[in-house]
Design a binder for this molecule. Sequence first.
Ligand code: PNS
Length: 159
Amino acid sequence: MKKVVCPGSFDPITFGHLDIIERASSLFDEVVVAVLVNKTKKSLFTVDERMSMIREVTSEYKNVTVASWSGLLVDYCEANKIQAIVKGLRAVTDFDYELQMSQMNLQLKGVETLFMSTAPAHSFLSSSLVKEIAAYDGDISGYVPAQLVERVKSALSNN
Ligand code: PNS
């Protein structure tokens, strides 16, 4: 039974994240999408809101579940018997930091990281850019699932 975790901030989940989750779900028996608290980033949505949005947009994938964790990712993996982390790599700009984290996670608890290249259509996409575009009333419908567009706009206007 190959169970992997797709971790991230998902603030909010984008088509880039969804592409990786969908492809991981076709490769592995079980995929846990884990909302991690990234202490270096200020978030727009609460962890519960992010989990609920992810659940909504991944409901068609029967082997995908959603979880959250506020500690080290490797401790989540150990507690849930997960041997590998799956992450998307968009461009070389992601590489240094992702490589460093993957090596640290391997060193800390022997957890492997598998990188999937992001589909070219999503290689420029990030949650931060989506929020910036929405904050200036730009059109984000090409970047997040339709049911999240208004939620992002209203969270920004209440922020
Ligand atoms: O979507 P992001 O913000 O790029 O995801 C980064 C994330 C949340 C996966 C990373 O910061 C993380 O794993 N945080 C959990 C805390 C942890 O394990 N830190 C040590 C990493 S070596």
